[in-house]
Ligand binder design. Structure first.
Ligand code: NAG
Length: 306
């Protein structure tokens, strides 16, 4: 009995502090990378650089965090500014001013607060994405949607790459999926520093490239209708040419099939002309449509009438 009680006390002594240290984060409790709570993010601040990593559970050690921060700093000053105003890309670090392009930052947690006890993979992804989205709004790192947050959920070995509006055109959904597949082995082996370092390099490569050109449906419809119109025009021109050539032949030289076709076309033409003159009569009553009173022969003047 005494042994059992001792064991119980021991358990409490060892487990309680551990439980307190590994807090489950919510997005509002999580430290602000550009706010007063920034000193909770890392144990040692980098010199001459802004901080781009928030790791309050100390999953990375100091040298790893500083190495990744240097990589993120170089990415930020090495990419071009795609904002409309250049002032949106000025960083103030103390008295120094520097121009930056895309701002990629990292948030690492041991665990997030969850209301579901045994969440499915989809629920985990949804929770991770909503946390990262909330951080994007709170941290507000890029002034024109030029930020990317890499979120690491250590407990479930999960990484989310979350680009803001503009950055999304440079790092597409498929590219993000492929990047995460390539670091999966490192993630499963808890090699967070290596995995993050590789991700930063790959995201940097995409951010240096061209934005994804999405063809919207309006442009597509326009291109299609122009193509159809061109095809139709060509077809009609060919038909007219063919019948003109045949029409210039002598009656007896014509092959029988062509003769029949020509007859048919002529009867259609006569019908169209009759309809046309009816239409013209109704149009000419309206002053908006002044129509020339020239006879129909003017339009088909050089075609031989059979
Ligand atoms: C951080 O961790 C890496 C890999 O585990 C190790 O090589 C390095 O010495 C550590 N650095 C510090 C300052 O503890």
């Amino acid at each position: 009995m005494l042994m059992l009680r001792l064991l119980f006390i021991c358990c409490h002594l060892f487990l309680l502090p551990h439980l307190v240290i590994t807090a489950s984060w919510t997005s509002s409790q999580f430290p602000d990378l550009r706010g007063a709570s920034v000193d909770q993010c890392v144990r040692a601040m980098p010199h001459g650089q802004l901080l781009y990593i928030c790791d309050p559970d100390n999953i990375l050690n100091t040298s790893q965090a500083l190495a990744l921060n240097r990589q993120l700093h170089e990415l930020s000053i090495g990419t071009t500014c795609h904002c409309q105003r250049i002032s949106q890309c000025i960083t103030r670090n103390g008295l120094q001013e520097a121009s930056h392009g895309f701002v990629v930052s990292i948030a690492i947690v041991s665990n997030l607060q969850m209301t579901i006890h045994s969440p499915s993979e989809a629920q985990l992804t949804e929770r991770a994405e909503s946390f990262t989205k909330a951080l994007e709004g709170r941290w507000a790192l890029g002034d024109c949607g030029n930020s990317v947050i890499i979120f690491v959920w250590e407990h479930y070995k999960k990484i989310v790459i979350w680009p803001a509006r503009l950055a999304e055109k440079y790092v597409s959904y498929d590219e993000r999926r492929h990047m995460l597949t390539r670091v999966n082995d490192l993630v499963q082996g808890d090699k967070w520093h290596e995995a993050l370092s590789q991700l930063i390099a790959e995201i940097g490569k995409e951010l240096h490239g061209q934005p994804e050109q999405k063809l919207d449906t309006g442009t597509l419809a326009l291109i299609l209708s122009v193509a159809v119109a061109v095809l139709l025009t060509m077809l009609i021109t060919c038909c007219v040419c063919a019948f003109r050539c045949c029409g210039n032949l002598k009656g007896d030289e014509r092959p029988r099939g062509v003769l029949a076709a020509a007859h048919r076309v002529d009867s259609i033409r006569a019908l169209v002309l009759r309809r046309g003159s009816q239409l013209r009569r109704s149009f000419s009553k309206s002053p908006k449509f002044p129509v020339s009173r020239d006879g129909p022969d003017r339009f088909f003047g050089d075609t031989t009438i059979v």
